[in-house]
Design a binder for this molecule. Structure first.
Ligand SMILES: [Zn+2]
Length: 408
């Protein structure tokens, strides 16, 4: 399957300048097209690609940008437009292609055949040279801080909020194993340590307080805690932002505080991503059960709606909660990680209807309302007392077994 490895690169100041120049030009071209489309111009991929010549005449500096990067801009636009039409057709939120803001780095996509890696150094070409006329920037020599995959398909250059550049290599893991015998052995050895129970099933309830609570076919419970530092980071972020907003815009202090804000936000995001990766890896890679079952999140109403005449306390609670769901929770990303990791480790991921799994008693199927703050399920009917997440996980497990069709 296709995987991606992101590796930090080190570049000289001059090379960084070249990267910045090229991304700015690519973004300019992209935004210019978005503007034209917004004014009602029809999109035609072939015609747009051919117009690059005229664009170069209009802005001769485009010649200093590597041609394949400019070509990639049209592919990106094409994808964005097709996505837009697909969403319109499906009756979803249309989401017309947007302008790419200046403060964000416009990702540069290099096709692999034109790239060369030697001793952890990758050469990223710039525009011009030979028949193409003078070169303003030398080809970029970037030092990779890790070993890149053997046969990669394409490479995307990005910059994070702190100004570090990295290369993301897209590669097929099957191609790696065939070619590099030693590595393949290592990987297999590692896998052998973890026996897979072919008939094993583990069901997870995904939540806010605990990231995942699971139960397997042998009645064993798993608790996966998740990222804990939201409050710590949010408090810092709020403080920095409020300080910044008191400054004059574009003043030195304002710019400094913006930088600090971005750095802290990036750190929080990294920690959170790391935590989700570890948790999904644990479920997909380490646990012995072959079938992993989770509830379908799209059916869940997570966001609290604003109510008429809510008290201050309620308002605060709603705000905190919705910030959690929108910014910090990351469960949707978590499910995506689970999907590809399960595929990779040869497991089956089942996503089933989870309606009422928290409300139902798993023993007698009695239903009752379970507001979020009640952490323990107490059944009036049969006297069951159990943690709400555990009860829900058991319900998901039983629902999975009870559903029609082949289970394995
Ligand atoms: Zn009961």
């Amino acid at each position: 399957m296709l995987l991606c490895k992101k590796i930090k690169i080190e570049v000289s100041r001059q090379d960084a300048e070249a990267l910045e120049f090229m991304q700015a030009k690519c973004r300019g071209l992209y935004n210019w097209w978005v503007m034209r489309l917004r004014h009602g111009e029809r999109w035609n991929f072939e015609r747009a690609k051919k117009s690059l010549r005229e664009s170069k005449q209009y802005d001769p500096e485009l010649r200093y940008v590597y041609g394949k990067l400019l070509a990639e801009v049209y592919f990106r636009l094409d994808k964005a437009i097709l996505g837009f039409f697909r969403r319109v057709k499906a009756g979803e939120k249309p989401g017309f292609p947007r302008f790419k803001p200046r403060h964000q780095f416009f990702t540069l996509c290099y096709p692999a055949i034109f790239l060369e890696v030697r001793d952890k150094t990758i050469i990223l070409p710039t525009g011009g040279g030979g028949n193409w006329g003078p070169k303003r920037y030398h080809n970029i020599k970037a030092h990779l801080t890790e070993e890149p995959p053997d046969h990669f398909h394409e490479v995307a250059v990005t910059r994070d909020a702190r100004g570090n550049y990295s290369c993301s290599f897209v590669y097929d893991d099957a191609e790696q194993q065939e070619d590099d015998g030693r590595k393949a052995c290592k990987r297999q050895e590692k896998r052998k340590e973890r026996p897979l129970r072919a008939d094993g099933v583990v069901a997870f309830d995904l939540g806010i307080k605990t990231l995942a609570t699971g139960v397997n076919d042998q009645g064993r419970f798993y608790h996966i805690g998740g990222f804990k530092g939201y409050r710590y980071y949010n408090k810092q972020l709020d403080k920095i932002r409020s300080k910044r907003d008191k400054c004059k815009k574009k003043s030195r202090r304002y710019i400094h505080l913006s930088k600090v804000y971005r750095r802290v936000a990036e750190k929080k995001r990294r920690k959170q991503q790391d935590c989700l990766h570890k948790a999904s890896h644990l479920i997909a890679g380490t646990l012995a059960e072959r079938a992993v079952v989770i509830g379908d999140l799209s059916q869940r109403q997570m966001v609290i709606k604003k109510q008429e005449g809510e008290t201050r306390k309620e308002r605060r609670k709603r705000q905190l909660r919705n910030r959690m769901v929108y910014n910090d929770w990351g469960l949707y990303g978590f499910v995506q990680m689970l999907e590809y990791k399960c595929l990779r480790f040869g497991k089956e991921l089942h996503i089933i209807d989870e309606r009422d799994t928290t409300k139902t008693c798993h023993v007698c199927k009695h239903k009752k309302d379970m507001p979020l703050w009640i952490r323990t399920y107490r059944c009036e009917n049969c006297g069951l007392v159990m943690d709400r997440d555990k009860n829900s996980a058991l319900n998901i497990y039983e629902r999975f077994l009870a559903r029609p069709g082949p289970h394995m």
